[in-house]
Design a protein around this ligand. Structure first.
Ligand SMILES: [Co+2]
Length: 235
């Protein structure tokens, strides 16, 4: 590492209030990035643009693939056979990675993790949530998946097996959740709206908005309503 780069690394940390040299992998990243720019292979603008696009991305692409699969059995078959090609069929690039889509069935529920670091289908779901990268999730979901899913509010019946899929540098997993009952005749866009990031990771199931839940949520407001209705009666 050159003195110039060390100084640069230090300067960045100084701006945050105290000197802290980059860690090993941060230095590796800066060194490689600067070499690539220096050699004219990429530009700083291209890197900044790609990072901005990644940050702005949500799970819409993954959700669109799921909605299409729910409506088109032939597409679903292609998606389960080759996730990368199925993504590209809808115009979503999966550069240099093997995407494996795993289907939830009445017998098996799937959930994804990267036990080593934070591999995640970013090209389809955007950046991973903090908990996905956390040590507790990464270590516990492989040991006690049923308990971890319950903590997410997803109670998987004991007769349903849970399969945990460990991502790595060359492959990414995405869950194809089950289509909720009561969505017959829904449009592709409506269906895609039910598919959240957590459904695609496997820590949630797509659900219809339940009117009962709304009533429960409204309950605490009841006293206020009574107070409002009393006044006109008295006057
Ligand atoms: Co990883």
């Amino acid at each position: 590492m050159t003195a110039a780069r060390d100084a640069k690394a230090g300067r960045v940390a100084k701006a945050a209030g105290r000197y802290e040299p980059y860690a090993y992998f941060q230095l590796m990243e800066v060194s490689l990035r600067e070499l690539l720019v220096e050699k004219g292979i990429v530009t700083d603008d291209a890197i900044a643009g790609a990072m901005a696009a990644m940050r702005a991305r949500g799970p819409e692409r993954g959700a669109a693939m799921v909605a299409r699969a729910w409506l088109d059995p032939a597409y679903k078959a292609r998606m389960l056979a080759n996730g990368s090609m199925a993504a590209e069929e809808l115009g979503f690039e999966v550069p240099g990675l093997r995407l494996i889509v795993i289907e939830n069935t009445p017998d098996t529920h799937n959930v994804i993790v990267c036990t080593l670091c934070s591999c995640y289908p970013r090209m389809l779901l955007g950046l991973p949530p903090e908990w996905y990268k956390s040590r507790p999730y990464r270590s516990r979901v492989v040991r006690e998946p049923r308990k971890v899913l319950a903590e997410f509010g997803l109670k998987v019946p004991t007769k349903v097996a849970i399969r945990v899929h460990d991502s790595n540098a060359d492959m990414r997993y995405m869950v194809l959740p089950r289509r909720p009952a009561g969505t017959e005749g829904w449009s592709e866009a409506q269906l895609a709206g039910l598919v959240t990031r957590d459904c695609l990771i496997g820590v949630a199931d797509p659900a219809l908005p339940k009117p009962r839940r709304r009533a429960q949520a409204a309950r605490p407001r009841k006293p206020a309503k009574r107070a409002n209705t009393r006044k006109p009666r008295k006057s």
